[in-house]
Design a binder for this molecule. Structure first.
Ligand SMILES: [Zn+2]
Length: 257
């Protein structure tokens, strides 16, 4: 394996990730939710931070940057569209760019909607995608800044990644997302199995990520907006534009408790 990924929880429900390129020993944090938690994970592994890849500008994803920049010789990379909102960016990227970490590279993918400049980072060689708050297991980020059309297009790009791609998302929201997903598709067999697995894992305090994109394609309602049964579940016409079905799903989740 070309990289090792360390997964840990930060703050209340943020995921912290370290990606370690084995060949060059370069190590990247994906987002900077909590400098203390990131430093503890680095110490535990015996790794030194060289890079930070930022998915979007929200405070709970960038708050650790000042301390990390002070304590390490790091290059902070993030979306050009949000450069004015992220303090301490060294390199700005746009969708389609490749970011390198030693011998490992990440394709920058546009995933607008939660924030306008939100990006995901796809490591094709190892089949890992870091989706920030664009895609969660069985859910997606709240649409704070974008419009349903572009957000759905971004999610479709993620969905087009190979089934075996492992999804590393920004928050542990899987149990709540499963409850909503089941309210939409109560008879989805794969979803029922995944939901019970998630409940068991959470009861044991285990992480529910990474999860394969293949599993997400079968269980995440927000990746299934173009399936006729989803339109039907939302009380919409089967032939309706998938972006409109997606918008209905997103609105329903906002009001779901
Ligand atoms: Zn966010």
């Amino acid at each position: 394996m070309a990289v090792l990924v360390d997964v840990f929880l930060c703050r209340t429900d943020n995921y912290g990730y370290l990606v370690h390129d084995v060949e060059t020993r370069k190590t990247a944090a994906i987002d900077a939710p909590d400098a203390g938690a990131i430093k503890a994970a680095l110490n535990h592994r015996g790794w030194t931070l060289t890079d930070v890849l930022i998915t979007h500008h929200h405070r709970d994803h960038v708050e650790g940057l000042p301390v990390l920049k002070q304590d390490f010789d790091v290059t902070v990379t993030g979306p050009r569209l949000e450069a004015d909102k992220i303090l301490g960016l060294d390199a700005m990227v746009a969708p389609g760019d490749l970011v390198t970490l030693g011998a490992t590279s990440f394709l920058v993918m546009a995933t607008p909607g939660h924030t306008l400049g939100h990006v995901a980072y796809f490591n094709e060689a190892d089949r890992h995608v870091f989706t920030g708050d664009a895609l969660f297991s069985m859910g997606c980020g709240r649409m704070f800044e974008g419009k349903p059309g572009p957000m759905w297009e971004g999610l479709k790009q993620l969905r087009a990644l190979p089934d075996e791609t492992l999804v590393y998302c920004g928050h542990e929201y899987s149990a709540a997302n499963a409850r909503f997903a089941l309210s939409v598709e109560p008879r989805n067999a794969a979803l029922n199995i995944r939901a019970s697995e998630v409940n068991r894992m959470r009861a044991e305090d285990r992480f529910t990520v990474p999860v394969s994109m293949g599993m997400e394609k079968r269980t995440n309602p927000f990746l299934r907006a173009d399936q006729p049964q989803l339109a039907q579940a939302m009380g919409l016409e089967p032939g309706l534009d998938a972006a409109a079905v997606f918008a209905a799903l997103r609105a329903a989740k906002d009001n779901f408790s």
